[in-house]
Every structure is written in C-alpha cells, then in structure tokens.
Design a protein around this ligand. Sequence first.
Ligand code: HEM
Ligand code: HEM
Length: 229
Amino acid sequence: MTTEQKMIAVRAWDAPVRVFHWLLILLLGFQVYSAKTGGQAMLWHLYGGYAVLTLILFRLLWGFAGGTHARFADFVAGPSAAWRFAKSLISPRSAYFIGHNPLGGWMVLAMLASLALQAITGLFANDDIATEGPLAVLISKKLSDQMTSLHHWNLWILAALAVLHVVAVFYHRLVKKEDLIQAMFTGVKRLPEEVVAASGTPRKASPWVALVVFAAANAAVFLLVKRPF
Ligand code: HEM
Ligand code: HEM
C-alpha cells in the first residue's frame, strides 16, 4: 500500500453476522466445558448443542437472505481465484476485500461444514451411561456409537480449522496491517477508497428478515428435536 492511498470506512458485516460469530465462540467453549464436566452438565451440553445447531442453520439461511457481504454469492469464489489470492499473500500488497477474501471464503465454508457435522453427529451420539442425543433412538446402537466416535474425531478437525482461522486473522493484522478483528466487532473496515468505489452500493440487511430467518431456524430445530408429528 502506498502512503498516499486514501482509506475510508465501509460497512462490511451486518449485525447478525457479528452476533452469530461471537455467540458461536462462546457456545463452542460452553460445549467443550459441559462435555468434559459430564454428569448433570450433559443435559446442558444438549441444550447448548441445540443452540449451536440453530446458529448454524441461521447462518446458512442468512447466506442467501443477508446483506451483501453475508451472502455466499459474495464470498464463494472459484479455486483459481482462491489460488491467485493465496499466491499474492506473500506480499503485503495483496488485494483488499470488503467481505471475505477468496481463500477466507473457503475457510468459512469448511468451518461451517465441520460445525454442522459436529452438531448433527451429536444428535445421534450416546455416552453409554445416561445421555444420548434426541435422535439416537431412531438408529441402531452400533450406528450411534459410530456417530459418537465421529463426534469425538471431528472436534479435532474443528479445532485445527479454528486455529488456522485465527492464525490467518493475525497474519492479516501483522503483515497487511488490516484489523479484521475490530471489524468483526464494529462491522466497519477501513479500506482504500478505490476498493470501496469499485464494489458498488451494498445491499443492506433487513432486521425483520433477520428475525424471520432466526424464528425459522428455531422452529426447524424444535421440530427436529421434539418430533411432535
Ligand atoms: C457443535 C458443538 C458441539 C461440540 C463442540 C461438542 C463437543 C463434545 C465433546 C468434546 C464430547 C466428548 C466429551 C468426552 O467424552 O470427552 C461430546 C460428547 C457428547 N455430545 Fe457433543 N458437542 C457439540 C454438539 C452436540 C449436540 C448438538 C449434541 C446433541 C444434541 C451433542 C451430544 C453429545 C453427546 C450425547 C455426547 C456423549 C458422547 C460421549 O460421551 O462419548 N453434542 N460433545
Ligand atoms: C477468538 C478467536 C477468533 C477470532 C479473533 C476470530 C476472528 C474472526 C474474524 C476477524 C473474522 C472475519 C474474517 C474476515 O474479515 O474475512 C471471522 C470470521 C469467521 N469466524 Fe472467526 N474468530 C475466532 C474464532 C472462531 C472460531 C473458534 C470459529 C469456529 C470454528 C470461528 C468461525 C468463524 C466463521 C464461521 C466466520 C465467518 C463469519 C461469517 O461470515 O458469518 N471463528 N472470525
């Protein structure tokens, strides 16, 4: 970046994306804590699991109904764009993006997939003592045990992705001097004027649509867990 480049503030993340992100981290911490505590805490592990499932479902739907940079169409790039960006990363002059960069977009998909796998396998898992996921009754004990072992193994994949994710965020901070963390709190990034000008007018997220999508995600998880029909 040249010193004469003018930086301007631009809204990158809508409120639902930011709330989703920080709530997800808190809930993941709670999930690991409650599972390791065991006993009575396993009931809370199930409740926390429903909350994670609701969040993931919300984020998937928001990827189609949210503001410009929350949408999958905005950040899911082809492999060649991701590779080009990866190569350019060695230089602090690599391109700027208002939303996720092409490589980050794939990372987001990988994290969402691993999170979904963790939550879905949990629904069918059992601890051989007193706790089982609400859908374990629908499958054989052998299959439930296999789901439980996937639930254990996938935690390591999720943890590895999360570590890589945080390392990438700090790489941006230290090498590119881009404060992505602050942007995930405030929603605002400071970027070169021409990057912002080239991106056109962003589509704003509607809080009403967010509420409807959130209600739909809650209803879907309720129906899945309680199976009233
Ligand atoms: C997505 C976030 C989740 C995380 C990070 C997570 C994490 C864990 C971990 C680390 C264990 C193993 C504890 C141990 O024995 O060392 C565990 C066990 C378990 N989890 Fe989850 N879990 C999540 C979601 C869920 C959900 C959605 C359910 C069901 C509604 C669930 C149900 C169970 C059950 C039944 C066990 C007992 C299995 C066993 O003890 O081996 N989990 N979970
Ligand atoms: C304290 C540690 C963490 C920090 C500082 C952090 C920071 C960030 C930042 C700055 C972004 C935006 C990246 C960009 O500008 O393109 C982001 C996105 C994201 N992070 Fe994290 N993160 C952390 C932990 C996690 C964990 C543990 C997970 C779950 C595995 C996670 C999942 C995600 C997801 C799914 C997104 C995409 C957000 C969206 O588009 O909805 N993060 N994170």
